[in-house]
Design a binder for this molecule. Structure first.
Ligand code: 2P0
Length: 331
C-alpha cells in the first residue's frame, strides 16, 4: 500500500492550502528504540517503542503557500538547493497533499536543538511539518491521526507529536492507521537527560539504511522485537513506580541490545567511536561507585545520560561540557 492510499479518506478533492501555518514539535529520545520496519513505504515498525519528548528543544516550522513553481526550503537561515536530499524529502511529503503543479510552499525550518548536541532532527521536523500541513490545508485531524501523518515522513516523528512520555504502538493493520504515538499519563519532574557529544559530524550510514541492513543481514535481529516488547513493559512499570534504577537499567540494556544487532549486521554497522566506549566505561565505574547514572545511544557515537536532579551536580563534575535537559521541569 502506498502513502496516498492511506491518506485518501483524509484529503478532500481539489485540496488547496488555505492559510500559512507556524508550528513547533519537540525532539524525542527513545528509552526503548525503534529499529527495523515491517513496511518500508509506510515506516511501520517491527516493534513498539517508548520515548521522552525534550520540552522546548525541537523544530519550529513555518509553511507559506507561494506563487513560484518550486518549493523554497530554508534550514536555520540557509536556503537549501532543491536537489538536496533534505528538500526532496520535504517536497515529496508535501506532494501527498497537493495536486501536482497546483501550489508551492516556502518552508522555513529552525531547530532549537543545540547543533553540537548530535541529536537527529527528522523526528521533530516531520512532526512540526505534519502539524503545519494539517492547519494549512485545514484537514482537521486529531492528534493520533497527526501522529500517523508524521510517521509517513519519518518513523520516530510519530512520537514527537506529543509531549512527555510517549509510546509508539506498533499496530497490526496493513494501512498502519493503528500505528501511532500515544501519550502516557505520567510525568517525572527532576528527570534529567544529559547530552554528551563525542562526534557531531554526519554519520556514515543513516538510520533508514542502517535498520534495513540489520533486518536483512543480522541473525541476531530475530530476538530484538521480543526484547523490545519486554522492555516496554519494564519501562512502563518503572515510570508508574518512579523506580529510577529500573528505568535507567532498562533503557541502557535496550540501547546496547539494539547496538548488538547493528554490529551483527553485514557489512558491520558500528556507530561507536573509541570515545563512546570510554564514556560508557566511565559511566559503569561511576555507577559502581554509587552514582545513579545510566546512558542511552541512538544510531551515532554520542551518548545521552539519564539521571535525577538530586545527582545533577555530581554528574556535571564528571561531564562539565554536557547539555542538560529536564523534560518535565525541576523536581
Ligand atoms: C529511535 N532511531 O527509536 C531509533 C533509535 C535511531 C536509533 O528512530 O526511516 O529517522 O525515517 O523511519 O525515524 C531513527 O529512525 O527512521 C530512529 P525513518 P528514523 O529513536
Amino acid at each position: 500500500m502506498d502513502k496516498s492510499a492511506v491518506l485518501a479518506d483524509w484529503i478532500k478533492p481539489n485540496n488547496m492550502p488555505i492559510t500559512s501555518s507556524e508550528q513547533f514539535a519537540p525532539s524525542n529520545i527513545a528509552l526503548c528504540k525503534y529499529w527495523g520496519k515491517r513496511d518500508k513505504q509506510l515506516n511501520l515498525p517491527m516493534n513498539a517503542s517508548l520515548s521522552v519528548s525534550l520540552g522546548h528543544l525541537g523544530t519550529h516550522t513555518r509553511l507559506v503557500p507561494i506563487d513560484y513553481s518550486a518549493d523554497e526550503i530554508w534550514l536555520n537561515s540557509d536556503r537549501l538547493l532543491p536537489s538536496s536530499a533534505f528538500c526532496q524529502r520535504i517536497s515529496a511529503f508535501l506532494d501527498l497533499f497537493r495536486k501536482p503543479g497546483t501550489c508551492s510552499f516556502r518552508v522555513t525550518t529552525r531547530n532549537s536543538i543545540p547543533t553540537a548536541a548530535g541529536l537527529a532532527s527528522s523526528a521533530s521536523g516531520f512532526a512540526a511539518l505534519a502539524k503545519a500541513v494539517n492547519e494549512s490545508f485545514q484537514l482537521e485531524l486529531n492528534t493520533e491521526q497527526l501522529s500517523v501523518l508524521a510517521r509517513l515522513g519519518s518513523g520516530s516523528a510519530c512520537r514527537s507529536v506529543f509531549k512527555g512520555f510517549v509510546e509508539w504502538q506498533m499496530g497490526q493493520r496493513e494501512d498502519g492507521l493503528d500505528s501511532h504515538g500515544i501519550q502516557l499519563n505520567a510525568a517525572w519532574p527532576g528527570l534529567c537527560v544529559g547530552l554528551v557529544k563525542v562526534d557531531a559530524s554526519v554519520k556514515a550510514t543513516d538510520s533508514r539504511s542502517g535498520m534495513q541492513r540489520t533486518v536483512e543481514t543480522a541473525h541476531l535481529y530475530q530476538s530484538w522485537p521480543v526484547q523490545a516488547a519486554h522492555d516496554i513493559v519494564l519501562l512502563k512499570e518503572a515510570i508508574a513506580e518512579k523506580d529510577f534504577a529500573k528505568l535507567g537499567q532498562t533503557a541502557e540494556h535496550n540501547a546496547l541490545s539494539m547496538h548488538a544487532t547493528m554490529i551483527a549486521s553485514w557489512p558491520p554497522l558500528v556507530y561507536w567511536q573509541p570515545e563512546s566506549l570510554a564514556t560508557m566505561q566511565r559511566i559503569w565505574k561511576l555507577r559502581k561507585d554509587g552514582l545513579a547514572v545510566y546512558f542511552t545511544m541512538d544510531a551515532g557515537p554520542n551518548l545521552k545520560l539519564l539521571f535525577e536532579q538530586a545527582d545533577l551536580d555530581a554528574v556535571m563534575r564528571y561531564f562539565p561540557d554536557m547539555e542538560v535537559i529536564q523534560p518535565f521541569g525541576h523536581g
